[in-house]
Design a protein around this ligand. Structure first.
Ligand code: MG
Length: 253
C-alpha cells in the first residue's frame, strides 16, 4: 500500500476518466446539499450516478465502510456514515467521494454550506479550499512531498485554524490509498521527490478550533475533540513536467 507508482500514459488516460466521474459525483452531491435532505438520500443519488457512469463507488465496503460517499456534517471531520441525519439550514457538509473505473480510482471532496451559513463557517470553507491550491503550487517536479505539506500548514495556521494530523493525503491509482503519505503539516524539503507520472490525492482537513480529533463509537466518524467546525477539500492530481493537472476537475471545484 505504501508503494509509490508512476503511471504510464495509458494509465493516466484511465485516471482522467475515473477522475472526471468522481468530480461529477462530488458536484452532484454538492447540488443536493440543502435543509431537509438526509445524508442517506445524498449518498443514494451519488451511488446511482457512479453506477450509471459505468464505475463503482470506491468507498463502498472499503474496510467495511457502508456508504458510497463519506458525508460529514459540522464538527464531523471525515468518514461520516450516510444515514437518517437531516441537513439543517446553516450546516456545513463535506462530500467525499471516490469512483473506480478501468482499474483506477479517483478521490475528491469539498465542504459546502446548506443555505445561509455564518461568516465564520464561510471563511473556514474558503481557507480550506485555498490551502489545497497553496499546496498545489509545490506539486511539481523538483519539489518534495513535504513542500506541499508545509505550504498547506502555513496558509491554514496564518488564518488561525488548525490541521488534523492523524489523517493524511495519499498516492492513488490501482489502489485507493498508495504511497506516498501527504501530511498537511511539516517542515519543507522532506519526503519523496515529486516525479512526472505520480498521481496524488491532496486533502487538507481543517478545524476551526483545536487540531485534536476523536473517533465516534460507530468506528468511522471522526469529529473534532472540541466540537468546533471542520472542513475538508481534496482533488486527485497528476504531477507533470510543468503545471500539475487536476484529474478530478469540474466547473465548480
Ligand atoms: Mg482521499
Amino acid at each position: 500500500m505504501s508503494v509509490i507508482t508512476i503511471k504510464t500514459l495509458r494509465e493516466i488516460e484511465l485516471m482522467r476518466k475515473a477522475g472526471k466521474i468522481t468530480a461529477e459525483a462530488r458536484s452532484l452531491g454538492r447540488s443536493l446539499v440543502k435543509s431537509g435532505i438526509t445524508t442517506q438520500e445524498i449518498n443514494k443519488e451519488i451511488f446511482k450516478f457512479i453506477k450509471k457512469s459505468g464505475a463503482a463507488p470506491s468507498f463502498l465496503n472499503y474496510g467495511g465502510f457502508p456508504g458510497s460517499a463519506c458525508i460529514s456534517v459540522n464538527d464531523e471531520v471525515i468518514h461520516g456514515i450516510p444515514g437518517r441525519r437531516k441537513i439543517l439550514e446553516g450546516d456545513i457538509v463535506s462530500i467525499d467521494v471516490g469512483a473506480y473505473v478501468g482499474g483506477y480510482h479517483g478521490d475528491c471532496c469539498m465542504t459546502v454550506g446548506a443555505g445561509e451559513i455564518t461568516k465564520d463557517a464561510k471563511k473556514l470553507i474558503e481557507v480550506t479550499r485555498q490551502s489545497f491550491f497553496e499546496g498545489l503550487k509545490y506539486a511539481r517536479e523538483g519539489y518534495r512531498i513535504s513542500d506541499i505539506s508545509h505550504a498547506i500548514q502555513q496558509y491554514v495556521e496564518a488564518n488561525g485554524y488548525s490541521l488534523v494530523r492523524e489523517y493524511v493525503g495519499h498516492g492513488i491509482g490501482k489502489n485507493l490509498h498508495e504511497g506516498p503519505e501527504i501530511p498537511n503539516f511539516g517542515e519543507p524539503g522532506h519526503g519523496p521527490r515529486l516525479v512526472k507520472g505520480m498521481t496524488l490525492a491532496i486533502e487538507p482537513m481543517v478545524n476551526a478550533g483545536g487540531a485534536a480529533i476523536r473517533v465516534l463509537d460507530d468506528g468511522w466518524t471522526v469529529v473534532t475533540a472540541d466540537g468546533s467546525l471542520s472542513a475538508h477539500y481534496e482533488n486527485t492530481i497528476l504531477i507533470t513536467d510543468g503545471e500539475p493537472e487536476i484529474l478530478t476537475m469540474a466547473e465548480d471545484i
